[in-house]
Design a protein around this ligand. Structure first.
Ligand code: TXA
Ligand code: MG
Length: 333
């Protein structure tokens, strides 16, 4: 298949491109589109055959459920149970990078939920995404538009790098703003559980609804199938620059055959072959995935990546870096 790329101005989205993209969604095809976090790979969430195409295009394990995107908060009530606390979170954070896991309505295909009794919903904060969903007339299931296991795409170029020839359309509205994916919060129990740190900070969620449970890589992580996998990983190894200095003992740093690329905020602690430096944690989040892709292309043999402090979006950056640095395990591509 030939993938068509349409450039769209977020301030004034081109009607022809959006009508065409919406008709592809309605007829069961795949469209990559910008959100405020990363580019998504969208299909009609109510069409099991269309949803299966997402898994095939990405090479994604079928037990890893998808987020369903809506263009207004009211859309969530058709997909699952919206209680008072969920409504409050929607009022505060939608449109925006917060995904809520709620009890699923019977009509949601098991291809979307990965066979779970819950469904993840979010209303993205991007004019192109919102117009696309509303013009499609259906909720849009969309994971990040990368090949499974690769860094998420924050530009249309990164989508093409991974999915050219596998999807019908890419809507190119320039680089995304937040850069890391949405926060995934399970609100089905008494105390909300943070399944994936992301664009909305755990501090601001706690301020809104009180206690939130989070144990990084702990047993809660097992409840969000996607967080079990090595993920966000470039094709060269990533070594974490931690305050304890464990990286100093990593045999890959200092190996003359593996020139070091560096990403981080502080100056690189060793001589490097290539680097991307950021001025703030917010900028780090915004540029992390494209920096990983750029350093992988640089000819370096290993990436040394600085772990930012845990506050705010720093928690999400640390989570993505830790997953990028995990050793590959069978079936985790
Ligand atoms: O920012 C984002 O969230 C982007 C944009 C495109 O919206 N999407 C995204 O989707 O990152 P994806 O598929 O790459 O990550 C979705 C995460 C996965 O970790 C998945 O396991 C989890 O959400 N998830 C989806 N449905 C779930 C459910 N019912 N229960 C628990 N976790 C769920
Ligand atoms: Mg993803």
């Amino acid at each position: 298949m030939k993938t068509e790329v349409f450039r769209v101005d977020p301030g004034n989205p081109d009607k022809y491109a959006l009508r065409k993209a919406a008709s592809v969604i309605r007829s069961g095809g795949l469209v990559a589109f910008p959100t405020e976090t990363v580019y998504g790979l969208g299909a009609n969430a109510l069409d099991p055959k269309a949803v299966r195409k997402i898994f095939a295009a990405k090479g994604r394990p079928v037990d890893n459920p998808l987020i369903v995107h809506v263009h207004e908060p009211g859309g969530a009530a058709y997909l699952g149970v919206v209680d008072g606390r969920s409504r409050k979170l929607m009022d505060l954070f939608w449109p925006g990078p917060l995904t809520l896991v709620i009890a699923a309505a019977p009509g949601v295909p098991s291809e979307v939920t990965g066979g779970l009794e819950t469904v993840a919903v979010r209303m993205p904060d991007h004019p192109v995404a919102l117009v696309l969903i509303s013009a499609s007339g259906v909720p849009v299931a969309a994971p990040s538009a990368n090949r499974s296991g690769r860094p998420s795409p924050t530009t249309a170029g990164a989508v093409i790098e991974d999915l050219d020839g596998r999807i019908e359309i890419v809507l190119d509205a320039g680089p995304t703003d937040v850069g890391v994916e949405s926060t995934v919060l399970d609100v089905t129990g008494d105390v909300p559980v943070l399944l994936r740190p992301g664009g909305v900070s755990i501090e601001s969620i706690r301020k809104a609804v009180g206690d939130v449970v989070f144990s990084p890589c702990g047993k809660e992580a097992g409840r969000s199938p996607g967080t079990r996998y090595r993920h966000y990983a470039p094709s060269i190894p990533v070594v974490l620059l931690d305050p304890e200095g464990v990286w100093k003992n990593d045999p890959r740093i200092g190996d003359a055959r593996l020139p070091v690329a560096y990403v981080g905020i502080s100056p690189a602690p060793v001589p490097v072959f290539a680097q991307v430096r950021f001025e703030s944690v917010k900028q780090y989040a915004g540029g992390l995935f494209s920096a990983l892709r750029e350093m992988e292309r640089s000819g370096a043999g290993v990436i040394l990546a600085e772990l930012p402090p845990e506050e705010g979006v720093g928690l999400a950056v640390r989570d993505r870096l830790r997953r990028a640095a995990m050793k590959p395990v069978n079936g985790n591509s």
